[in-house]
Design a protein around this ligand. Structure first.
Ligand SMILES: [Fe+2]
Ligand SMILES: [Fe+2]
Length: 298
């Protein structure tokens, strides 16, 4: 019997609400709003995102992972709309959210921003800090990291920090000993060279060391708005690092996509099937564009 997880990312929910850029005036937010109106608006289509949501629900996954950038300029006017959009999926224990850099685009009061989404970021295991949170679903542990930090102009960098990385290390070891499949969720690509300099995870080398030492069965991410697959060599095994395009991208260049992971324990080994569902335009909607077993490409 398999456990299935639908993964999507980088919703960048539009359109920008009226006056979103003017709240608590910040220059970076204003520039972000201009970028939305002149560039992103043409790329991100809310209708595509709604179709993606319907497609995911039709596939009846056991769980949903949403790896951040739900909003655009971290305006308090955007987060209630994001919450409403997410609530269509169902109860908070059915969808796991982690923050992306656009969710902390500028410093915004927590209770007016990510605080609204907090029920979707609550773990089952008691920890000293909110992240990493762990949700245990059957024999799968979903581990949510927070790499989103407010940064200056032109920076989309992320960082986990030492406390989060060390907590992650302890959790990974503990969950392996308990026999769980460890599915790690992070917004930024978790390795060096996957994202360009001003978009990268600052402490990627340290994270890679933790993953290599403690192990994980799968790491999923967003941020780059394109389909990506990399491997972290650990000596004993290889950890797949898989990124999805933006959930709302209408253009045929890196169109919206989501992945369905079906995880099975078979003869003492984990098997993971990956199915990619891609937006092929209004007439065809989302279609499966590829299916493969992770252990066969490992
Ligand atoms: Fe994004
Ligand atoms: Fe991002």
């Amino acid at each position: 019997m398999s456990f299935s997880v639908a993964h999507f990312s980088d919703l960048h929910l539009g359109p920008l609400p009226q006056g979103a850029a003017l709240h608590d005036f910040r220059t970076k937010r204003l520039l972000g709003a201009l970028s939305w109106h002149y560039r992103r608006k043409k790329l991100h289509d809310p209708k595509v995102a709604d179709a993606l949501r319907v497609d995911i629900l039709n596939s009846k996954p056991d769980h949903i992972a949403f790896t951040g950038d739900g909003v655009n300029i971290a305006s308090p006017k955007e987060f209630p709309l994001l919450l409403k959009w997410i609530e269509h999926f169902g109860a908070a224990d059915f969808l796991s959210y982690i923050p992306g850099n656009h969710d902390t685009y500028v410093k915004t009061a927590y209770e007016k921003s990510l605080g609204l989404i907090e029920p979707y970021m609550r773990g089952d295991m008691r920890g000293e800090q909110q992240f990493p949170y762990v949700r245990l679903r059957r024999n799968v542990a979903l581990i949510g990291l927070n790499s989103a930090i407010p940064r200056g102009f032109h920076s989309a960098e992320g960082r986990l920090g030492n406390a989060q990385r060390e907590a992650l290390r302890a959790r990974l070891v503990e969950l392996k000993n308990k026999g769980f499949y460890r599915l790690v969720m992070i917004h930024h690509p978790p390795a060096i060279g996957i994202a360009t300099r001003y978009r990268s995870l600052i402490d990627a080398p340290e994270l890679m060391a933790v993953l290599a030492e403690a192990g994980a069965e799968l790491v999923i991410h967003g941020h780059n708005h394109r389909r990506e697959m990399n491997w972290l060599e650990t000596g004993a095994s290889r950890i797949p690092l898989i990124g999805v395009p933006s959930a709302s991208m209408a253009s045929p260049h890196h169109p919206a996509e989501w992945n369905l992971y079906s995880i099975t324990r078979n003869g003492g080994r984990w098997q993971t099937q990956v199915s990619m569902r891609s937006w092929l335009g209004t007439a065809q909607g989302f279609q499966t564009v590829g299916t493969f077993m992770l252990d066969e490409v490992a």
